[in-house]
Write a protein that binds this ligand. Structure first.
Ligand SMILES: [Zn+2]
Length: 85
């Protein structure tokens, strides 16, 4: 997708915390595959950045998954058999 074609503003809203947003931005920066021209202007938008600006459902899913993950880990430890040591 060429960035020049995207003139509309995104209506996505982040429903997580500021810390979660910072973690997401860091993860997207690590996995960014956008392409740039010689002058540094972005020419194509990678999947991660596309999600950030154009996929509200994915953003909401990330917040949900991150939050439920800690609950699931806790539940897993609560149901673990007693240690043999
Ligand atoms: Zn990117």
């Amino acid at each position: 997708m060429h960035v020049e074609q995207r003139r509309t503003r995104t209506t996505n809203t982040w429903h997580g915390t500021r810390e979660e947003a910072a973690e997401l931005v860091e993860a997207i920066q690590r996995n960014c595959a956008c392409t740039y021209d010689k002058s540094g202007v972005r020419r194509t938008l990678c999947a991660a950045h596309h999600m950030l600006v154009d996929d509200q459902r994915a953003l909401d899913g990330l917040v949900f998954a991150k939050r439920i993950l800690s609950s699931l880990r806790l539940e897993e430890w609560l149901n673990a058999p007693p240690s043999l040591s």
